[in-house]
Design a protein around this ligand. Structure first.
Ligand SMILES: [Zn+2]
Length: 397
């Protein structure tokens, strides 16, 4: 989940989060409609009317983006791929799938579900727009035409053949089906996404030069696509390198944890704070991981407040997706870490949900590097009596 995204309930068992960056998008669309599109075509109506219809249409557009994402999520679930959540943000919606589609057919269906939904909404909106014109008048029709056109643009843009756009997933599914090599297909689709991002940046730049403004949005989209495609490429290569290694192989076992009930002062006085770590998992009295805290979080409290403030009240909660068991594939965790550069750690638990280890970005980089060098991930693989992943780590980095 993006930092700063707020949970906004569930639909059909799938969680929805809203990121603050959705608000500028909503405001931009509403003002575009209310100040420019509607008054230019239908002058002389009350300003309030423009704003009401503009805001309703802009909100309606956001809801159609939710429908697009839900189509991906629901089809994913039908193919046995569990969905973490749908997040709404600056550029619309984003479905977070917990695992990769099992086969090319599932990949193709999940990818196409979104654009087909946008396409259908687009066509239906346009048909309704003209059907109700006699009853509702031209302003509502104009708003519906805008909504329909916007959905058609969403469908077409998302079908551009570069990952992580839906069209890139379609490309991946087709290549995967043809070659049987999922990884090579994912790499090609991500490379195509990077190239597509560059094309959009150049087109946006050209548009900005010729028409003055307007190109900025295209450049922003291109930049977003390029960096997202880059993450896809890194994920594919990490997957290739990490193969069938498990979380228990790479985690830092028996990590130094902070107790949620301790005050900041108590924590600073404990030997935990004098370790060379800066990120700590936070545990409840039963040693279940409940959050994450960094030394920077603690530094923001005043010396006077440290006596009364508990670690638990300062800690960031750990989402369910960031708590895994030791037998989880390391490659699956890599995706979560790469997608969220600000992510602090993944907590590893046993079958009773007790904290047994943590995985940080450093652990993953180390894992990738050691496997690339042909070295074992564990420092003492032959140590007698060492359980799975519980050999001494000799310090994390
Ligand atoms: Zn989509």
């Amino acid at each position: 989940m993006l930092r700063g995204a707020i949970p906004a309930g569930r639909i059909a068992g799938i969680r929805i989060s809203v990121h603050w960056s959705l608000l500028p998008t909503l405001a931009l669309l509403a003002s575009l409609l209310s100040l420019s599109i509607l008054p230019v075509h239908f002058a002389g109506r009350p300003v309030l009317l423009y704003w009401i219809i503009g805001t309703v249409a802009a909100t309606g557009f956001i809801l159609t983006l939710v429908a697009h994402e839900f189509a991906h999520s629901l089809v994913a679930r039908r193919h046995g791929v569990s969905v973490d959540r749908v997040t709404l943000w600056l550029l619309g919606g984003m479905s977070e799938l917990r695992e990769e589609p099992p086969d090319p057919k599932a990949d193709l269906h999940i990818a196409l579900a979104g654009p087909i939904t946008s396409l259908l909404i687009g066509v239906v909106s346009l048909v309704v727009a003209f059907a109700v014109e006699q009853v509702t008048g031209p302003l509502v029709t104009a708003a519906l035409v805008w909504l329909g056109t916007a959905n058609l643009i969403v469908a077409i843009f998302n079908l551009l053949p570069g990952a992580p756009l839906d069209g890139g997933r379609v490309l991946r599914a087709v290549l995967w089906h043809r070659s049987g090599d999922r990884l090579a297909a994912a790499t090609s689709a991500a490379r195509s996404g990077r190239a597509l991002g560059l094309v959009l940046i150049l087109l946006g730049g050209a548009q900005a030069n010729v028409f003055g403004s307007g190109g900025i949005w295209l450049m922003l989209l291109g930049w977003f696509l390029r960096s997202a495609a880059h993450v896809e490429l890194m994920t594919a290569s990490a997957r290739h390198r990490l193969g069938d290694l498990h979380v228990a192989d790479a985690m830092t076992p028996t990590p130094v944890a902070a107790a949620a009930g301790d005050t900041v002062e108590e924590f600073l006085a404990s030997k935990a704070s004098s370790s060379h770590h800066r990120i700590f998992p936070v545990v409840d009295p039963d040693v279940h991981p409940v959050g994450v805290i960094t030394l920077s979080d603690l530094a923001r409290t005043t010396p006077a407040a440290r006596r009364r403030t508990t670690i638990g009240s300062l800690a960031r909660t750990l989402p369910d997706a960031d708590i895994v068991t030791g037998d989880t594939l390391l490659a699956d965790v890599t995706r979560a870490v790469l997608l969220r550069p600000g992510l602090d750690l993944i907590a590893v638990v046993d079958s009773e949900q007790h904290l047994t280890g943590i995985v940080t970005a450093t652990d993953l980089v180390r894992g990738c590097d050691r496997t690339a060098l042909g070295l074992s991930l564990r420092d003492h693989p032959t140590m007698p009596g060492s359980g799975s992943g519980s050999s001494s780590s000799g310090g994390p980095d």
